[in-house]
Design a protein around this ligand. Structure first.
Ligand code: HEM
Length: 246
């Protein structure tokens, strides 16, 4: 709570500074009732984005370091696909088109979020009585869906505990409807608001990482704890052996 109020105060002061140049509260942002949003409410929204995004993103980034670091063939595949991007050339900037054409990078990120989804699940309230797998769930009950459990038990993923980015490229996967089988960002009307930004961040990070660094995991068999977010218990110690300044 103390940290929350410190961050909130900081956000309110940033917003106040911007308000001197552009009136944010009277500019773009209104509530559904048509009232202007106050600086405190605006700070609350910004705080929600920081709070929901910070830990999940950190979790995904460290899982990438773990899985790519322990799968040499995947690392080589990533380097092969992205070497033309010449990230050590400081005059060249990564574009969205570069990310779109880097399909293996995309698959590695997808597979990381499948095997080690940062967020354990989501919550919903039933609006009517439903039946799932022979069990009746009454109207008004709170229900939780497990993301990792879904990824590990879904019939569309063969050998589900194995880190295999190539599964996303296979002919079998192409025919499968992945809806409700693959949901690292949740699903439906409350799907993660940061989803598309996160994909760009993770793919950019991965390209920079594999082309800028060599790293060694000090414990390849590290244990992961999954709640509240997925993290290596030993905090994933690594040695960075080479770093190209990009
Ligand atoms: C790897 C990173 C992330 C993962 C895996 C992730 C995952 C999730 C999940 C599972 C939910 C619940 C969805 C549901 O109930 O159906 C969620 C909600 C949300 N996420 Fe993320 N998230 C990530 C990063 C971010 C970032 C960076 C932001 C903000 C910039 C963000 C903003 C939100 C917000 C605002 C919600 C609530 C959406 C709502 O209830 O309508 N997330 N996220």
């Amino acid at each position: 709570m103390k940290i929350r109020s410190q961050v909130m105060n900081h956000l309110v002061s940033i917003i106040a500074k911007y308000n001197q140049e552009v009136d944010l509260s009277r500019g773009l942002i209104y509530t559904r009732c048509g009232d202007a949003v106050s600086d405190e409410e605006l700070a609350g929204m910004a705080f929600e984005l920081i709070a929901t995004g910070q830990e999940t993103l950190a979790s995904a980034l460290s899982s990438i370091i773990l899985y790519v670091g322990s799968n040499r063939d995947v690392l080589n595949g990533l380097r092969e696909e992205t070497k033309y991007l010449q990230i050590d050339d400081q005059t060249r900037k990564l574009s969205i088109d570069d990310l779109i054409s880097s399909t293996y990078v995309h698959d590695v990120v997808r597979e990381t979020l499948r095997l080690c989804p940062p967020s354990g699940g989501g919550f919903r309230k039933t609006t009517k009585t439903i039946e799932i797998g022979g069990y009746q769930i009454p109207k008004g009950w709170n229900v939780m869906f497990g993301i990792r459990e879904t990824h590990l038990t879904s019939p569309i993923f063969t050998n589900p505990n194995h880190f295999d980015p190539s599964r996303w490229n296979s002919k079998t996967m192409a025919g499968n409807d992945q809806h409700y089988h693959y949901l690292p960002f949740g699903e439906g009307s409350h799907v993660c608001a940061g989803k598309e930004t996160v994909k760009i961040i993770l793919e950019t990070f991965l390209i920079e990482l594999v082309n800028g660094c060599d790293w060694v995991l000090l414990n390849e068999n590290t244990q992961i704890k999954y709640t509240p977010s997925a993290f290596a218990i030993d905090r994933l110690p690594i040695i960075v052996e080479k770093c190209i300044s990009a």
